[in-house]
Design a protein around this ligand. Structure first.
Ligand code: ADP
Ligand code: F6P
Length: 333
């Protein structure tokens, strides 16, 4: 069985609340196994540049409640090149790092897979507010981002209600609508637009506002995932079609920050613990993933092939909650 003496931990891609809790869990679990932990700064950039410091048990104190990542994060195009990858492998060899825990999303895991092909053992921990990693039900940061978005939307709703206005809110999600759909259901949106479902503006927006109005509603909340279109453009189109003047809010990076929720801290801690236990027990080149609540280890190559569809049954639930909406069982989801 491969015995690990020193491992590295890094955060890469878009940051997510709960990454610190994962770093803390990796560090403390490794030290409990008698394994040294090296903190790699700025994701794969730190591995290329050798920007790496040892983490002790106290170095991760007082971070569990903070958003962002104490190791910083980066997008590192150089790591996708042969030369960049070779430098990263050389850093591991020089510093005698024989395993890496990579915390991030799909891109981070594609990088980890390449590293594993060059002989560096890896374990991935899924963390992204988009929740768009195929092999896992849940990614660290999603719950915190949803709660942040809902807190903002509730505030918007107060003022939209007072002025009997329409609000168009853009949430994050370049390629995935998990955040938009979840937030849309929880905030009672009049319409939700997601990248996974082609937008029929007349049916998905105009008709919904009209129906809601006919049912007696005087304020409307439209939630748009950034990958489904620009909230500004949608606002303009609503004005042209209906003659009301929506107020547009782009929530942006606010959703990526803030103190992580209890769910994110707890999940991150369990994932960090599971990741290091896997290494300590000689299992690696996998991603720790939540499946129906328990945490599984899925081989990285298989994990990257797994697809997760947006739950269209939830889309239907969201629509059913909208005022004046008539369900048609023949609607195609
Ligand atoms: P996320 O991990 O959140 O999906 P990115 O897609 O931005 O974020 O990926 C993070 C980093 O992972 C990239 O900047 C790059 O350094 C590395 N990476 C992504 N895809 C690959 C790949 N195919 N090969 C090697 N490294 C990759
Ligand atoms: O973390 C994922 C994500 O929030 C996407 O939804 C979004 O499109 C992207 O990151 C934006 O990230 P950045 O501004 O850091 O490039």
């Amino acid at each position: 069985m491969k015995k690990f003496r020193r491992i590295g931990v890094l955060t890469s891609g878009g940051d997510a609340p709960g990454m610190n809790a994962a770093i803390r869990a990796v560090t403390r679990t490794a030290i409990a196994h008698g394994v040294e932990v090296m903190g790699i700064y700025r994701g794969y950039s730190g591995l290329i540049d050798g920007d790496i410091k040892q983490l002790g048990i106290r170095d991760v104190s007082n971070c569990i409640n903070h958003g962002g990542t104490m190791l910083y994060s980066d997008r590192c195009p150089e790591f996708k090149t042969e030369a960049g990858m070779a430098k990263a492998v050389e850093t591991c060899r020089r510093l005698e790092i024989d395993g890496i825990v990579a915390i991030g999303g799909d891109g981070t895991f594609r990088g980890a897979l390449e590293l594993s092909r060059l002989g560096v053992s890896v374990v991935g921990i899924p963390a992204t507010i988009d929740n768009d990693v195929g092999c896992t039900n849940y990614t660290i940061g999603f719950d915190s981002a949803c709660n942040t978005a809902i807190e903002c939307i509730d505030k918007l709703r107060d003022t939209m209600q007072s002025h009997e206005r329409c609000s168009v809110v853009e949430v994050m999600g370049r390629n995935a609508g998990f955040l938009a759909l979840y937030v849309g259901i929880a905030a009672g949106a009049s319409a939700v637009l997601v990248p996974e479902r082609p937008v029929d503006f007349e049916k998905d927006v105009v008709e919904r506002i009209r129906n809601s109005r006919l049912a007696g509603n005087t304020h409307f909340m439209i939630v748009v995932a950034e990958g489904a279109g620009s909230a500004v453009e949608i606002g303009k189109k609503i004005e042209e079609a209906i003659g009301i003047q929506p107020r547009v809010t782009v929530l942006g990076h606010i959703q990526r920050g803030g103190s992580p929720s209890a769910r994110d801290r707890e999940t991150a801690t369990r994932m960090g613990y599971t990741a290091v236990n896997a290494l300590a027990e000689g299992r690696f080149n996998c991603i720790v993933a939540t499946q129906e609540g328990s945490i599984e280890e899925i081989p990285i190559e298989e994990a990257l092939k797994m697809k997760k569809n947006l739950q269209m049954d939830r889309y239907r639930i969201m629509e059913t909650m909208q005022l004046g909406n008539k369900l048609s069982l023949t609607d195609d989801y």
